[in-house]
Design a protein around this ligand. Structure first.
Ligand code: NAD
Length: 364
C-alpha cells in the first residue's frame, strides 16, 4: 500500500523534501510543518525504517510535534524534523552526513537541524562542514554541546508545577520517582533528584547504564519488565515514545506522569484512563523543552545562564496548562495544544520571516 498524500494537507505541513543520493547511500526526508513564528527548528533522526512510507509518517508526526514544542516554550521558531533512513550502527559515514548537510543548506535557512535519536555531535560536525544551519555543535565550535542536562533541568522545573498541582506540596524531598531509561536525560535527572533528596528507582535495558547509575548515585534498580509495577509518586518516561498505553496504565500506580520522552501517550484512548486513575499528565512537549531551548540559544551566542532562565519558564508554562485544563474541563494534553494553537493564531499576523539569514547567526 502506498503513502496517502492527503496526510500532508490534513496535518498542515508546508513543505516536505525527499533527499536522495544513492552513490552515498542517502535517503532522507525533511519535513517543515509550520513556519508562522519563524524558521523550522528540529533534530535529524537516523533509524532503520522498514519502508519509505514509515519514515515519512514518522517525520510528519515529529515535525508537527516540534511546532507545538517551540510555540509552547515561547521560542520564535517553527517546527521541522528530518529522518535519515539507515542503521546508525552500520550506515554512518562522513560523506553521508556531508551530503545531507548540503541538502539542509539548499533550504537556505528555512530549516535548522541538530541531534536526535541515532545522530550525535560528530555527525552534526560533518553537516556543519556543508551548512551553517545546524545546532548542537561542540563547545569548541562555538556550540552549546549536549543539551540533555538542560532537558533534565527543565523536567525538574515542570515537576515542581506537577507536585504543587497534584500533591499540594512544594518540595521534591522524600518524593518517590520511577525513571524509565537511564540515557543522557535519565542520568541527568537522577543526579538532580538525588541532590534534591528524592527517592529514585529506575531501569534501563542497557545493563551498563544501570551499573553506572547505581555506582554514581546509589539508586535502586528494577528490571525493565517490572518498571510499571513499582508504586511511586511520579513516573518519568525517559526512554522511547509510546510507553504509556492501556497495558502499562493497568498496573501503573503513580500520581503524576512527567518525563522527557516524545509522544509518551500511545493514543487518544489513554487520556480517559489517566483521568479515571486521577493521574496528572505533564504534556511531553511542554515539559521536555529544555533541550530545544538550549540549542536554539546557540544561534544567538550561547549563554547557559540565559538557557536556564528560559527553561525555568517550563514551571509557569505547565501551571498555565493545568489552569486551562481545569477552566475548560479538558485534559492537560488538550490544554497544551489549545495554548499553542492560540499563540500561533495570535502571532501569525506578524508575518515573521520563514528564513534564518546566515549573517544573523552569532555562535559564541
Ligand atoms: P538516550 O538514547 O541517551 O537514552 C535512552 C535510554 O533508554 C537508553 O539508555 C536506552 O538503553 C534506554 N531504553 C530504551 N528502551 C528502554 C526500555 N524499554 N526500558 C528501559 N530503558 C530503555 O536518549 P536521551 O537523549 O536520554 O532521550 C530520552 C528520551 O527523551 C527520548 O525519547 C528523546 O527523544 C527524548 N528527549 C530527549 C532530549 C534530550 O535533550 N536528549 C530532549 C527532548 C526529548
Amino acid at each position: 500500500m502506498g503513502f496517502d498524500f492527503r496526510l500532508l494537507t490534513e496535518m498542515g505541513h508546508e513543505q516536505v523534501v525527499f533527499c536522495s543520493n544513492p552513490s552515498v547511500g542517502l535517503k532522507a526526508f525533511i519535513a517543515i510543518h509550520n513556519t508562522s513564528l519563524g524558521p523550522a527548528l528540529g533534530g535529524t533522526r537516523m533509524y532503520p525504517y522498514a519502508s519509505e512510507e514509515l519514515a515519512l509518517q514518522d517525520v510528519l508526526k515529529l515535525s508537527k510535534g516540534m511546532t507545538y514544542k517551540s510555540v509552547a516554550c515561547g521560542l520564535n521558531f517553527g517546527g521541522g524534523k528530518a529522518v535519515i533512513i539507515g542503521d546508525p550502527k552500520k550506515d554512518k559515514s562522513e560523506k553521508l552526513f556531508r551530503t545531507f548537510g548540503a541538502f539542509v543548506d539548499r533550504l537556505q535557512g528555512q530549516f535548522i537541524t541538530g541531534e536526535d535519536v541515532g545522530v550525535d555531535v560528530n555527525d552534526i560536525e560533518f553537516m556543519f562542514m556543508e551548512t551553517d544551519y545546524v545546532v548542537g555543535l561542540s563547545k569548541e565550535h562555538g556550540g552549546s554541546g549536549d543539551p540533555s542536562f538542560m532537558t533534565a533541568y527543565g523536567l525538574v522545573q515542570g515537576l515542581q508545577a506537577c507536585i504543587e498541582e497534584r500533591l499540594q506540596r512544594d518540595s521534591l524531598e522524600g518524593l518517590t520517582v520511577v525513571i524509565q531509561g537511564l540515557g543522557h536525560v535519565g542520568m541527568n535527572l537522577v543526579k538532580l533528584l538525588v541532590q534534591a533528596n528524592a527517592k529514585v528507582i529506575a531501569c534501563d535495558v542497557d545493563a551498563q547504564r544501570c551499573e553506572l547509575a547505581k555506582a554514581k548515585w546509589g539508586i535502586e534498580l528494577v528490571k525493565p519488565s517490572q518498571i510499571y509495577e513499582v508504586p511511586c509518586d511520579v513516573f518519568a518516561p525517559c526512554a522511547m515514545g509510546g510507553s504509556i498505553h492501556l497495558k502499562s496504565l493497568s498496573t501503573l500506580e503513580c500520581k503524576i506522569i512527567a518525563g522527557s520522552a516524545n509522544n509518551q501517550l500511545e493514543n487518544e484512548t489513554v487520556h480517559q484512563l489517566l483521568k479515571e486513575k486521577n493521574i496528572l499528565y505533564a504534556p511531553d512537549y511542554v515539559i521536555n523543552a529544555g533541550g530545544l531551548i538550549n540549542v536554539a540559544l546557540e544561534l544567538e551566542g550561547y549563554s547557559e545562564r540565559r538557557a536556564r532562565l528560559l527553561a525555568r519558564n517550563i514551571y509557569y508554562n505547565l501551571k498555565r496548562v493545568f489552569e486551562i485544563s481545569k477552566e475548560r474541563k479538558i485534559s492537560p494534553a488538550e490544554a497544551a495544544d489549545r495554548l499553542a494553537d492560540e499563540r500561533i493564531h495570535n502571532l501569525q499576523q506578524i508575518q515573521r520571516s520563514h528564513f534564518l539569514d546566515k549573517s544573523k547567526i552569532r555562535r559564541a
